[in-house]
Structures are given as C-alpha cells and as structure tokens.
Design a protein around this ligand. Structure first.
Ligand code: FAD
Length: 457
C-alpha cells in the first residue's frame, strides 16, 4: 500500500486495462460521503463539535480570543494560559495524537494542546484500509529501483518494529487487530516468477534483521499464484484512533476539535474555529483564535505544505511532501465471500481485505497519479471504475455485489518515502510525510520524535 508513493508508471503486464464491461456490479445507490467505514462504525455521531466535550479541561471552555477579519496584527494576550500551551500539536492523526500523548507522559507538568480541524481525525489515519503491513515482495522489488537495498531493508524493519510498538501500546482487542498475515496475488506469470525468485534472499535478510524466519512463502489462493507474508495483519482504523485519543485524553492532553490552523510562525499560531462557532452559535463566520505556544509540532502529513508554504523564511515546498489521495470502498455483505484476510496486488498499489462478509478494496492511484496529487477529498471516477472492474474480473466477486460506501484519504508522500522529522524553524517541529506507511510507523515515529525534541525549555 505504501506504493501509492511510487512515481513511475505501473507495469502494463500487471495492470493492463481490465476490460470495459463491468460484470454484475451495481454502484448505484452507494453512499458517496466523505466518511470512512471505520469512522462511521466508531466515531459516528460522536462529532464533538456538536456537543460539549466532557474531556476538555476547565481552561479550555473559556471564551476564545476573537479577532476580527483584517486584524492579523492583533497581539494576543500572551498571559492567557489556555492559548499559550507548552506544546501545541497541529493534526489529530496517528502521528500528532501519539506525539501529544508521549510528550504529556514524558512531561506531565507540561500543558499540551492538540488542534484538529475536523470533529474527528480527517486525513489518512481513519481513512486507510486498516492494513498492518510491512510490504509485499513486488513492492520491495519496485522500491529497489529508487532506493538502496539497505534503505529498503531499514524501511521494512521500521514498519515491523512500528507495528510491534503500536500493538504494545494499544492492545489488540482495542484496535481490532487480526494476525491474519498478508497475501500478494499475481495475474501475470512472469511477474510472479520474478518475485518468487527473490523470496529466499528477502527471507535471509529479514531473518537476520528482524529475527523472523521465513517471512514470505509461495502459496495459491482461489487458484491464483500468490506469496504469503506471515507477519502482517489487519486492524480497525476507527477503533485504533479512538483508543489513541482516549489515551491522550486520559494523560491530560487537551484536544480541541474543529480548530483549523490558518497561519503559523514560530511561537504564534492562528486558528479558525469555524464549525464550533456555526453549530453552537448559528454564526456563519468563523472565530479566529491565536495561540502563542512555547513549542509547535506540525503533524499534518499530506496537508503540511499548505501551512509550511505560508511560513515566513521558508521556501514553498520546504519539506518536499506531496499530497496523494487514496480511494477505498466497502461492499455490502457478500454471502460466501471468497476472499478472507488481507491481500495486495501490483507492488502494493491495490489492496483488499474482508471485514466480516464485506470486502474493503482500495488503491489503484497509479492509473491517475497526477490527478490524485491533491488535498481535496473525493473519489476519482476512473479509479472507481478500475477498482470495480478489478473486483469483477480478477476477484470474480459474485454477481450483484454492491458498493455500500466509498471514501478517500489524503496521504503525504516525502521524497524517497523518508518521513520528514525535524525542527523546521526555532521551536517549530514537523513530523510528516509518512508516505503511505503511517499505520505501521506513525506511533513509533512520534515516540522517537519526543525523544529528539528533548527536555522542554
Ligand atoms: C487509502 C489509504 C491507504 C493506506 N494504507 C496504509 C497501509 O496499508 N499501511 C500503512 O502503514 N499506512 C497506510 N496508509 C497511510 C496512513 O494512513 C498514514 O500514513 C497515516 O495515517 C498518517 O498519519 P498522520 O497522523 O501523519 O496524518 P493524518 O492522519 O492525515 O493526520 C493529519 C491530521 O491533520 C489535520 N489537519 C490538516 N491540516 C490542518 C490544519 N490546518 N489545522 C488543523 N488540523 C489539520 C487533518 O485533519 C488530519 O486529521 C494509508 C492511507 C490511505 C489514505
């Protein structure tokens, strides 16, 4: 799945046009809503913008500083404790929430505020397909065309260690983790043979580094050539993020939903508090709030350049992170669903898994890569058609299957797929560009970042 990061064209042998005719598919009536299956399942009406958040600390209920439009020179009251936290984290996905949690645990006396523009995490963390994966052989082989073998091996190990760390932090039962392994399927014999020939070497190298023997082995599934990875699994992204936010609340992190950062500079962050204002006061215009934190952490992944580009003293594209939209859908329940477990196809670009009797299928960004380099949510019709044809013609879902819900998520792709974790300007840190691997590496990266930031000043 991290192969959403690839910049080169897909191999036609593996992803040739799947044929024009869609067999027995009905996507009419499916819900095109910008909410994922995982969000609907878990966050549902818990959109905290519409009700008081019982977890907010007393300070956070005080009136915000309202600045009228055009008064950006307004100096905030820096003595207001609520709006001058020790650490202000921007972005309530897995990275921002984990960083806030670990910082607060490390320095309990510090005031840590987490700002999220949505009423729930609204980027990639609740909108992926719930794969807990370290990558398929064809993905690793493709990565070797852009990075050294050492770097690719390091990346696999980071994903492996990251998943272990995630599961140690949040118990399997809380995140719906299933140790089902992962299976890469092939429709092209030559590609399969080429990957099969590499299994031995990858297994040797990974055994030496991860201590796991025989990670990959050849298998068949539904009559197709396949390679199994026995150390992967699946989880429920909504449950995972809910559990993580619960931990942050319990640790004393003050989360402010519907707070969208509009401008930032070291020591000063401007926020638009639109939704809360609308829902609570019936006002159409947003309140503007200014924070003057001691430290800032930008954990906005695919949206990072939007903010960093406005930062004085930085070039546009200071981090080099590009947004990349990913499309996912879930079917209605399919009796006797023939695919159970987690599956990859074509260098990780395409992925599918069962959730009960439903199939979750996503990816295929490689067929419209430029279009998908966007921070706008939305489902690309060409990609949706490709995926439905894949479901019909390759997966051979029974006639009459239907899409129940479709959604998109925005990833952040860093150069060489190496996340950007550094102090961008004085006391302004960034941890972003998870490059389609944030479920696996996001929490551990955040924990390591807290170590890197060092003691509060
Ligand atoms: C379709 C899809 C499939 C994926 N598959 C996998 C996979 O198989 N394995 C894997 O490991 N990873 C996968 N990922 C990637 C993984 O989900 C991400 O890497 C990870 O969730 C990134 O976490 P994050 O916290 O950095 O970013 P996000 O989860 O995007 O969090 C950033 C947050 O910042 C908020 N924000 C943005 N701008 C502002 C602002 N101005 N003010 C306030 N808040 C703001 C957003 O609303 C968002 O909630 C996939 C992602 C997608 C979309």
């Amino acid at each position: 799945m991290s192969h959403d990061a690839k910049s080169k064209k897909a191999k036609p042998t593996e992803t040739k046009s799947l044929g024009a005719k869609s067999v027995g598919t009905n996507i009419q009536g499916s819900r095109l809503i910008e909410e994922s299956f995982w969000e609907r399942d878990v966050w549902g009406d818990a959109d905290v913008s519409h009700q008081p958040d019982p977890n907010l600390t007393p300070e956070s209920t005080q009136e915000p500083i309202t600045i009228h439009e055009g008064s950006s020179d307004h100096q905030p009251d820096t003595n207001t404790p609520t709006n001058s936290p020790d650490l202000l984290v921007i972005g309530g996905g897995i990275v921002g929430t984990s960083a806030a949690l670990f910082y607060k645990r490390a320095y309990p006396e510090q005031h840590v505020v987490l700002l999220e523009r949505g009423g729930k995490p609204t980027g990639a963390s609740t909108r992926n397909a719930g794969f807990a994966c370290i990558g398929s052989i064809s993905e690793h082989q493709a990565d070797l065309q852009e990075a050294s073998r050492e770097l690719v091996l390091d990346r696999i190990c980071h994903r492996y260690e990251g998943l272990k760390f995630l599961r140690n932090t949040l118990p399997d039962t809380e995140i719906g983790y299933e140790p089902c392994g992962g299976i890469e399927i092939f429709t092209d014999r030559d590609t399969f043979r080429a990957c099969e020939a590499q299994i031995g070497e990858w297994n040797r190298e990974l055994a030496a580094r991860m201590g796991e023997r025989e990670v990959y082995r050849v298998t068949t599934v539904n009559g197709m050539d396949a390679i199994e990875n026995r150390v992967e699994g699946a989880l429920h992204s909504g449950l995972m993020m809910k559990a993580l936010h619960r931990r942050a609340d319990e640790a004393g992190v003050e989360t402010r939903w519907h707070h969208e950062v509009t401008h930032l500079s070291p020591g000063r962050v401007e926020v638009s508090q639109a939704e809360r204002s609308q829902s609570e006061r019936g006002q159409a215009e947003a309140n503007r709030v200014v924070f003057t934190p001691s430290r800032i952490l930008l954990a906005t992944n695919g949206f990072t350049e939007t903010l960093v580009g406005k930062l004085a003293g930085t070039q546009a594209s200071a981090t080099g992170i590009r947004p990349a939209r990913g499309t996912v859908f879930v079917t209605r329940p399919i009796p006797n669903l023939p695919w159970r477990g987690t599956f990859h196809y074509h260098e990780g670009y395409v992925y599918f898994r069962n959730v009960g009797d439903r199939l979750v299928l996503g990816g295929a960004r490689h067929i419209a890569k430029q279009d998908e380099e966007t921070t706008e949510f939305g489902v690309h019709p060409g990609i949706l058609t490709w995926l439905t044809q894949f479901a019909d013609q390759v997966l051979q879902l029974p006639r009459g299957w239907q899409i129940e819900q479709q959604w998109s998520g925005i990833m952040g792709i860093a150069p060489q797929k190496e996340p950007i974790v550094r102090e961008l300007q004085d006391r302004l840190w960034v941890a972003a560009g998870l490059s389609g691997m944030g479920v696996a590496i996001g929490m551990k990266l955040a924990r390591d970042l807290v170590g890197l930031m060092g003691e509060p000043h």
